[in-house]
Design a binder for this molecule. Structure first.
Ligand SMILES: [Zn+2]
Length: 325
């Protein structure tokens, strides 16, 4: 440790990516699946819960074997995100894991779960980002929220206002589930317009599900990151458009805005159960996208872009907190 000189300016904290095993330099993130799930539970997906830690470990091992180094889990509060398991899974697999705080759409919760959070969701998000999930668990490294189909309901506005407040307090990035890929510009109007979140702290998810190239470029032009994920059985109708959509973004000069992920949301979609799962991104998607974007840009989308997108200065964090257990 070099103590700051007594009279010199105090250097701002270096940006870091907050993993479940502690903060790391962005350059150490490595090849990153920027949107996926190891654990997930929702009344919308009955019988398809991702709840098995053994299966999560096997999926991580398969991802690691395919060359993967980091997974960002976008499972927010109250959806069985497996916070207590994540540090051990990261240690045992050697894959860096970032956990999320935040809230999904109201349909993903029993009403009493939302009532419990009540009037101060921002306080919950900040505590999970700076102190730890459930008080003693790993710290979250991003805030997940959700829009609606071509619009934003009251719950979306409530969660996005809280996310903006927590973003201001911590510097954390906000990842947004776009319903069927729609509503990107409404989300940016709310988050970056009304709520004054810097656009480069916003990551728009699922845009591949609505391959409107003009909207993609407007969102990238506003300064947001765009996370493309899949394939998915539910959204296969648009999967084949992904290479062209990304090529159009790159041609327009927005290659530095692109993030790539798998978004495994059901047990049947896991590679260890015969689905594409996390390894698909590196096993097939990478080579396919290299045909459209070139090897250098695809590598950037898998490494430098997520490193920049998820790094934060972590203001408001109590010093000395490190999760090791
Ligand atoms: Zn997701």
């Amino acid at each position: 440790m070099n103590p700051a000189p007594a009279h010199g300016p105090v250097a701002p904290p270096a940006p870091a990516v907050r993993t479940v095993l502690g903060d790391i330099a962005p350059a150490d993130l490595g090849v990153c699946d920027a949107h996926d799930h190891l654990f997930l539970r929702s009344p919308q997906l009955p019988g398809q819960e991702l709840a098995d830690a053994g299966a999560a470990a096997a999926e991580l091992a398969a991802f690691r074997a395919a060359g993967g180094a980091a997974v960002i889990q976008w499972t927010p509060y109250g959806m069985g995100r497996g916070a207590a398991e994540l540090p051990r899974l990261a240690r045992e697999s050697g894959v860096r894991i970032v956990a999320a705080t935040g809230l999904h759409q109201a349909v993903h919760y029993a009403p009493e779960v939302l009532e419990r959070i009540g009037a101060d969701p921002a306080g919950l998000f900040v505590a999970e980002l700076t102190e730890g999930i459930g008080g003693s668990g790993p710290r979250a490294g991003m805030i997940k929220v959700a829009g609606g189909f071509h619009g934003l309901d009251r719950h979306a506005r409530y969660t996005m206002a809280a996310a903006a407040e927590a973003q201001r307090a911590t510097g954390a990035a906000i990842g947004v589930h776009l319903e069927l890929g729609t509503g990107a510009l409404d989300v940016l109007d709310l988050l970056c317009g009304e709520l004054a979140v810097p656009p480069d702290r916003v990551i728009l998810g699922h845009l591949n599900r609505s391959p409107d190239l003009a909207v993609h470029q407007a969102a990238a032009g506003a300064g947001a990151y765009l996370a493309f994920d899949g394939p998915s059985r539910a959204h296969h109708a648009t999967d084949w458009r992904l290479p062209d959509a990304l090529a159009a973004l790159a041609d327009a000069g927005y290659g530095d805005r692109i993030l790539l992920g798998g978004d495994t949301t059901t047990a049947g979609a896991r590679s260890v159960n015969g689905g594409p799962g996390m390894p698909y991104l590196l096993r097939r998607q990478r080579a396919r996208l290299e045909l459209a974007l070139g090897e250098e840009l695809v590598t950037q989308c898998l490494t430098a872009n997520p490193a920049r997108a998820f790094a934060a200065d972590w203001a408001g964090t109590a010093s000395g907190h490190r999760v090791t257990g």
